[in-house]
Design a protein around this ligand. Structure first.
Ligand SMILES: C[S@@+](CC[C@H](N)C(=O)[O-])C[C@H]1O[C@@H](n2cnc3c(N)ncnc32)[C@H](O)[C@@H]1O
Length: 231
């Protein structure tokens, strides 16, 4: 982690919420990334100023497990960065499956695109360049899995547009809801922390859905429609 701010968030206030020993243990007993995802992560470390933004392997493996349970064929990711999670998702999709991923920063998207093109699973990935707030309105769905991992102060906007585009058995996974412990730190008042606070409250008060917050990685909130089979 750098000592400078990440998009206005004071990193000196950020704290890992799981002990280093527990993270190491969980990493040890989680299937490592494929060679293609490992190469992508290695380049991300070398060429990007904030490689910490790349999705962790435990979250990627968790998403793959969920996809298997639900026979996911159609996945949407908001926030590609250099493409680690999109590539891991594509690797878990059956032939004919599709992951659509959206990124507004050309410099990181070009790294992602190069790795997608080099992968045998790249033909399952559609990379859309631009502002997700505009692009999401143009997508039809339905999506079996939606991974929200872009600007925290925009999460509510993504969520409200995407809830109707979730398939009947679909799940939304919203990343970084633990946000290094900042949501419950009164000293943290930056826009992204405020965005996380507002988002989790918004979901909690939404009668359309059920949800759980997992402490894996930087916190993953799984959200699903409150319909038949939901208690
Ligand atoms: C945390 S990173 C995504 C990490 C990626 N999902 C992974 O697992 O490797 C967030 C990304 O969202 C992008 N982003 C932020 N706001 C966006 C928006 N409104 N539209 C599209 N991309 C956005 C940023 O440029 C950044 O690359």
């Amino acid at each position: 982690m750098t000592t400078e701010d990440i998009r206005g968030t004071d990193v000196s206030l950020m704290r890992p919420q799981v002990s280093a020993e527990a993270e190491h243990y969980a990493d040890t007993y989680t299937t490592p990334p494929s060679a293609a995802v490992a190469a992508l992560l290695e380049e991300t470390q070398r060429v990007t100023p904030h490689p910490i933004m790349a999705g962790g392997i435990k979250e990627a493996r968790l998403l793959q497990g969920l996809m298997r349970l639900m026979n996911a064929r159609s996945v949407l990711e908001v926030g590609t960065f250099t493409g680690a999670t999109a590539l891991a998702i594509a690797e878990a999709l059956p032939d004919g499956g599709r992951v659509t991923t959206i990124e507004m920063d050309d410099s990181v998207a070009s790294v992602a695109k190069r790795h997608f093109d080099a992968s045998e699973h790249g033909n399952k990935i559609e990379l859309l360049l631009g502002d997700a707030r505009e692009i999401l309105r143009t997508l039809d769905g339905p999506f079996d899995l939606i991974f929200i991992d872009a600007l925290k102060q925009q999460y509510i906007e993504y969520y409200d547009v995407l809830i109707p585009k979730l398939s009947e058995r679909g799940v939304i996974a919203a990343d970084n809801v633990i946000w290094f412990g900042l949501p419950w730190n009164p000293e943290a008042t930056d826009p992204e922390t405020e965005g996380v606070r507002a988002f989790v409250e918004h979901v909690r008060s939404d009668p359309r859905t059920r949800q759980v917050v997992l402490t894996v990685g930087d916190g993953l909130m799984l959200i699903w429609p409150n319909g038949t089979g939901s208690a």
